[in-house]
Design a protein around this ligand. Sequence first.
Ligand code: SF4
Length: 435
Amino acid sequence: MNYLLINASVAKAGNWSAKIKPKIATYPSLALTLLAALIPPEDNVRIINEEFEEIDFEEKVDLVGISFLTPAAPRAYEIADKFRKKGIPVVTGGVHVSAMPDEATGHSDSVVIGEAEIVWPELLRDFKNGALKKRYKADGFIDLAKIPRARMELLNRKHYITTNVIQASRGCSFGCEFCSIEKMFGKKTRFRPVEHVIGEIKAMKKQKVLLFTDDNLIINPSYARELFTAVKPLKRYWMGEASWTIGNKPEILKLMKESGCIGLLIGFESIHEQAHTKKVSKHKDMREAYMKTIKALHENQIVVVGAFVFGFDNDNISTLDETLNFCLETNIDIAEFNGIIPFPGTPLYSRLSKEGRIFTREWEKYTYEPPGKVFHLKNMSNDELNHNIHRIYRDFYSYKRIFPRLIRALFLYKNIFKVFYLFIIFLGFRKKTDF
Ligand code: SF4
């Protein structure tokens, strides 16, 4: 059997110009490499990331699998329709399909709802027996001790900064209204046995940096301790994501640093508490708590990547300026500013739908870049929001801000390579905001 697994292109769905189309990705998604690992060894499998590679519709394949994010949905359906016209069956899956299975069914021979690893082996067996079902719905969540090693060797390395990507846990209990993790991966965090994670890291070819794709590496302190202690002897530099509460856990932070952590993405989301609770009316100021976290990370020579989202119902234009000032005052190394997007499957999408505030379901518009305008904001227009995101990006990544930040980083990190990479990242952000 010949299987073709495709990651559908967001850029193609939105007809992005060459100017904004990404040339390279930081790292690949694990989804298709994990499904490839579950395909029996006697069969052939290829993976195409359509963001960087062309699909050959003449290729001899028996089954096509397409995974996609919401903004790539129109393109994914186009690809599916083309293959199906040629008589090649198509299976679709992923977060968007799990939220909108009826929509995907119109373009697929079969749809996968939920975590695909649970139903994929059954789907492959049914396909070989000529009995493919219309729907495969994962009943519950997979035990992470049972997931295979991702087949990263099937990816074209040149399209990514690193393919050394690993996931130790899935699921999150924080319940942020705009996030689909709870629906897709559950409220209860599941963990891979530490020895599996370590075995997979050891089997990876050394690349500059290892990336953990977990949504919150410190959600369970005892697992975090065990993991970082086991990673330490491997002598790898790594980056990952953690919640802002890391600032209250000095012992774990120390272990993190000793195990090779050089950078952390922190989803601060909002300087008000609203982002971290389903009660979006909450307006508690979080700046002091966040400041403590940034200080603690810097004291451990860990680069802070702060992600912020705007467009919550309590936000107005001054929220953006307050956030910019907060980033400058706290010396956050890298800041990401995005407008909030109500992706299907999230509580936010359900609430805004009920309130009649979503004005388009043209999925290709559900992007951060270019900023999507898809629902009515409360205290500003979409144009005002996008203009002001652009304005604070331009300020944060202006040369007058970048150079003092680099000099400070040189003193803080005492590592010329770290500072060089920061400079490259800053240039990337400058390009992104079209200076
Ligand atoms: S945004 Fe992050 S912290 Fe919030 S629910 Fe999603 S994964 Fe959890």
